[in-house]
Design a protein around this ligand. Sequence first.
Ligand code: BJ8
Length: 430
Amino acid sequence: MSDYREMWKELGLDLEAHDQLLAVIPQIYGDVYLSQKNRPEGMSYLDFVMSEIHGLRVKELNDLKASGGKVVGTFCLYVPEEIVLASGAACVGICGGADWPSDEAERVLPRNLCPLIKSFMSFKLAKVCPYFESSDMIVGETTCDGKKKTYEVLGEYTNVYVMHTPQTKDDSSRRLWLEEVEKFKNEIEELTGNKIDSLALAKGIAMVNAKRAALKRLNDTRKANPVPISGKDALLIQQVAFYDDPVRFTEMINKISDELEKRIANGVGVFEKDAPRILVSGCPMAIPNWKLHHIVESSGAAIVAEEACIGHRYFRDMVSDTGTEVDDKLGAIADRYMKLDCACFTPNKERINNILRLVEDYKADGVIHYSLQFCDPFTVEYASVDKALKNAGVPVLKIETDYSMEDAGQLSTRVEAFLETIKETEGVVL
Ligand code: BJ8
């Protein structure tokens, strides 16, 4: 990696703590990723991105800022990146997926809080995330209680704007959400000093639709048997989608898809044909949270899809770009985001239907429901997911965990037992 220390210093990072954070990533990445056999060649792009995780992309963002551009940091799928890109700003996901000591966060937040929230708060307080420190505005949202109250605290440390997200899907919620989308556009115009007209919105929509289409194409290849890419690699791609340059990322992912489609034509896979196929459903796994995927795939099963925000929920729906006026485009954006089926919605029948559909489309032999500790929306919604899957005769395993590796042994044992059950019922190869 080039020497980025001057840049990190200028961003105000705590260099010593940041060194400690960066020091652990190569070891974990080597163990989890580089140890895999028969990886698609195109994954070398992702290896490069990871080797530069706090370097090149951060430099690009800061070059943009030096030329008058802005950077907007987000935590949730509800924030319409089409609008951010339409303004000429860059949009980066800054969700925390690292097992970074949460002492800092616990100075201002309760201990019994979701690790994703504590992780991003610790990153901010410890000054170790260059994406956080490069962001001119952080956009929060009123999804779960933990996040929405944390944004009040975070607002004491940085520039936070909060979007009020709906919790139901009726007409009045849609009207309120459209107003939020319009207010967000105004806020972004004010931040960047750029007017967002219909043409700019069309460009933003096209850019994000292309990225979503590339991710959909890549994920479609995971329907094949044998599967041409590991779940771990697919997860990494979906994580990087939130902070890479969108145009370059789309091009690279389409190239990897070309390779994967050739692999399918030649019957090449990364797991044995008929290896157990697992759908993971639940909370998002932010980079570098690869824990469950690593455990499952080390046991010989393939993860074929993620029913999650870092997964299908991100790329499933496009914004339809039909009208010509700004209002038409904002309406289309609002409609697309109303289709999200996060567990923060009530009722949330769509999510159950989508899980069942994914099981069928990806021919999953079983589902692992993944919740982060203290995440009420997903842990409570598990009961409905479990019922629907059991009614459909699909084996399901519930996992509730955090970012530490302390329970890795216990999780491996439970996953192996689950795969044995699948093997007995389905006769799949382990
Ligand atoms: S649209 S899933 S990204 S809110 S895991 S912080 S819900 S306690 S991340 Fe999410 Fe938006 Fe929904 Fe997606 Fe709260 Fe649960 Fe933690 Fe969560």
